[in-house]
Write a protein that binds this ligand. Sequence first.
Ligand code: FAD
Length: 768
Amino acid sequence: MDITFNTNPKLNILIPVFYLAWQDDTLSKNEFNALNAFIKNQDWFTKAEKDFLKSKIDYASPPTRSELFHWKEKIDKALDSGKNSTNLTELGILMANAERPALNEDDIKKIGVSFAEMESDLGIMSREVISGLRKQRDTITDKYKTVESFDVKKLTAFLDGTQSAVINKVKALISSPEFALDIPPDTMEYREKVLEWSKILAQHGLGSYAYPKEHGGKGDIEGYFSIMETLSYHDLSLVIKFGVQFGLWGMSILSLGTEKHYKKYLRDIASLKLPGGFAMTETHHGSNVKGARTTAIYNHKNRTFTINTPEKYDRKEYIGNTANHGEMVTVFAKLVIDDKDYGVNAFVVPIRDSDKSTLQGVTIEDCGHKMGLNGVDNGILTFKNVVIPYENMLDRFARVNENGEFESPIPSDNRRFFTMLGTLVGGRIGIPRSALAAAKTGLTTAIKYGDKRRQFGPEGGQEVPILNYRMHQLRLMPYLANAYAIHFGLQYLTKRFVNRTEDEMQEIEALAAGMKSYSTWNTRDTLQECREACGGKGYLSENRIDDLKNDTEIYTTFEGDNTVLMQLTAKNRLGEFRKQFGEMNVSTIFSYVVDKAKTSIAEKNPIATRNTDDSHLKDKTFHLQAFHYREKEILGSAARRFKRLIDDGLEAFDAANVMHPHMIQIADSYLDRVFLEQFQAQLELVTDEGLKEVLERLYNLFALNKLEQHKAWYLEQGYMEGIKTKAIRKMVSQLCWEIRQDAVPLVDAFNIPESCLGAIVTNKAAEA
Ligand SMILES: Cc1cc2nc3c(=O)[nH]c(=O)nc-3n(C[C@H](O)[C@H](O)[C@H](O)COP(=O)(O)OP(=O)(O)OC[C@H]3O[C@@H](n4cnc5c(N)ncnc54)[C@H](O)[C@@H]3O)c2cc1C
């Protein structure tokens, strides 16, 4: 009688290993040797049985497709039999004994050892293989899904706070048919569309929110920032056009001008009857605006100023709202009286008639096509003997008196210039808030897509939503936590700015400069990750990430280049440090030393540096101490290093250059600490249990992810040991896993109008 698996059931014991070996259609030499040796050494097989089994590992005649299929059916049957098999030996025995007991206890004992050896020779991880073979596996990854553990509406209300009325007003407007996001491919048509949209916003009174009530506004600066942020769910060219017209142009009048200017211009700016721009940057002077070379020469005889562009590249460049629409601009130019230079001041200069023809002496060029923001008409302005009347000087901080003499309550040109710039800090609040909204849109897109989009899955099971994959979570959840942290941080910055006192101004400017950089860099990185997280769909324009990415790219440069702004923030921190320790006397030195010693004892002892308890890793005091420690150490070491460089005879400018990377770290560690503190402060305000729990989780992720990012530094400092940084890494991954369940409701809480979301989110796509 022929030998087959049916006639000699005990041979079935080898079906799982045969199946695994031939699964990829080839048998490696190693696999052959292991199987051949096993068969040869089994004295409970007859010679005929051994020959039969050897015929199944013959390179020359591999099993047919239908034979492989048949083996798999038998395996599935055994796995589904309800009898437990945790390794290949048990599975084989189960199959051998499936119809009737073919192997007795003695056989089984003998087989166990040699089978285990064969598995090891084949490099098989038995348990893993068994779970891989199990059909319809009930895996954790597969089952995981979105839950809504909190009330989304409550979270939206918490995020919007006192601003919900204006936010909802803007959302309603941008959701209306006239704001449908049909961007014309032609640049000129696009610019006209953006102008038209801006006019509608003006008609609804949104342009004048920040202006004083007596000049037709609402006197509500906070409202203005909320409008900027909410509009940023829509087209970003619109936001920038809006920001240039009502923010930069209007606010330059309000901040640098006086009552006569408010009366003359503000209402027309608010209605967009008078479109204008803000002309500070010159081709040769961007970050270094104090070096601007445009001149405003005072002529006492007829009380006028003559505006000139001395050399070609002293022209104003990139000026928003000027290539097509602007009729006036605020020009930053050096005031010259009787050949004496009084530093950079601001002047209102008409550039076009209301019929749009360019005025005499003014040359306007178009900056042309850009990487993004093509709905904004950026222009290049050159002035040749353009005469403007005396009252066009914005004279809040400086003026020319009746005798033709320069007058200013701030004698130093330098200080006056920076005071002027300081009043314009609002732009550095509007831009990071706009950037945050773009990041929220990107996250909403990628997270909602990831929740639906399925790829791969367990053998025989259904495919799994990509958001269930740990790596996918690790790519997106930290950015989700950042978005919440930055949201709370920018709310804090806005409130500080709105309620500022004179003596807080420098600190607020430094904070705004830093937060502008932090938020816009975060948006750049978030959108890149979101694009990739959506695969090919992320690349399609209909899903908007391309526009968001291209448009926010320049956010890291305009309103001040981020790297330069971080220097400004760091300088302020160093200044504060020096104020505190520069005037060191015995008692301050003593308390500083005691303070440092206390840190060492409390935070850098062997128990603390190795503490991996969950409760410790999630302890807010631990986070705050660790963030403070990094901030203080970097600041203190920078101050000492700077002093050493100067003591060694380096010029201050050279020393500052050597210190630049260190300065960026000062700003970064300071900002991390402020964002952390503000997140903590917000948690204190949450009363709803569901909200508190989910926000605590996000908070922990924000805090621990930052520690993880800076772990090299903490290890260098001996503030943590490897065992602790490893535990942090593990917890970051675990938090991402936990947050994934709430990720969709967490982006739903941003409440972004559906009309502003891409097709992959709104199900308009044929197939997600
Ligand atoms: C689309 C767009 C719209 C704009 N709108 C306006 C507008 O309406 N009005 C207006 O006045 N301006 C506007 N700008 C100009 C913008 O504000 C400037 O581009 C910006 O201030 C940077 O200046 P810059 O381009 O000359 O760069 P640069 O100052 O030349 O900087 C180039 C690089 O050098 C680095 N760098 C510079 N200084 C230092 C330093 N000290 N240490 C280390 N690194 C340094 C910077 O980090 C940057 O990476 C706009 C620009 C664009 C592109």
